[in-house]
Ligand binder design. Structure first.
Ligand code: SAM
Length: 214
């Protein structure tokens, strides 16, 4: 028996709550965005598997359940301005665009930004601005941000990103070395400093300095 794309898509959506993604708005946003739109070539057929998949420039589109858990932890509000570091395929940014007022997303690879812009345009996601750059410096000209999400792992939360987080703002990011266990953490900016909460173990590609070759 062959299973249709829409059945597979529904199965993935139905399995998210069993993996801890229970926030209604996150689930609705994920249902509205088809992961297949963000994967090209032979891997497109595997879009509804809960696993990271290869994209251009040797990078990956993250695992849907991890995208869901990060989105849920970020607790985006409708008036929020969000910064994402690590555009990749644009899938995470597209989901955030359903929840936030405006999303700025940065990647160090020009090709990924070019392709992601094309998908955002096709899907009429007009509240996303995709920029080529080294996202570890954030986007000072648009700061402060109510929410910041980083989808590549640094050893520690980058100082410029902490500085660009609004008071009571939330940042979600993986920390740890790329070849060892990394932890997804939630950082909340308080009057007295930063509160750090460890969420789960993850594995992300590293946050790399400077611009990519393409
Ligand atoms: N959020 C993406 C998605 O939805 O497809 C997945 C991101 S992928 C796991 C990590 C991305 O971080 C890669 O595209 C990589 O080029 C990018 N990256 C790594 N270091 C970076 C940096 N310093 N600044 C901006 N992007 C960076």
């Amino acid at each position: 028996m062959t299973v249709s794309n829409s059945e597979n898509e529904m199965r993935l959506a139905d399995s998210l709550p069993t993996m801890g993604v229970t926030d209604r708005r996150t689930l609705e946003a994920m249902k509205a965005i088809d992961r297949k739109d963000f994967i090209q070539g032979i891997f497109a057929d595997r879009a509804y598997e809960d696993r990271p998949l290869p994209i251009a420039c040797g990078q990956t589109i993250s695992q849907p359940s991890v995208v869901g858990l990060m989105t849920q932890a970020l607790d985006v509000q409708p008036r929020d301005k969000v910064l994402e570091v690590g555009t990749g395929s644009g899938y995470q940014a597209a989901i955030l665009s359903r929840l936030a007022r405006r999303v700025y997303t940065i990647d160090r690879h020009r090709q990924l930004i070019r392709e992601a812009r094309g998908v955002f345009e096709r899907l009429a996601l007009h509240n996303i601005t995709a920029i080529t750059g080294d996202g570890s410096f954030g986007l000072p000209e648009q700061a402060p941000f109510e929410r910041i999400i980083v989808t590549a792992a640094a050893e520690d939360p980058p100082g410029p990103l902490l500085a660009q987080l609004r008071l009571h703002g939330i940042m979600v990011l993986p920390v740890g070395q790329s070849d060892t266990v990394q932890h997804l953490i939630k950082v909340t900016r308080l009057e007295t400093g930063f509160d750090y909460e460890e969420l789960l173990q993850v594995r992300f590609v590293p946050l790399v300095e400077g611009l990519g070759q393409n």
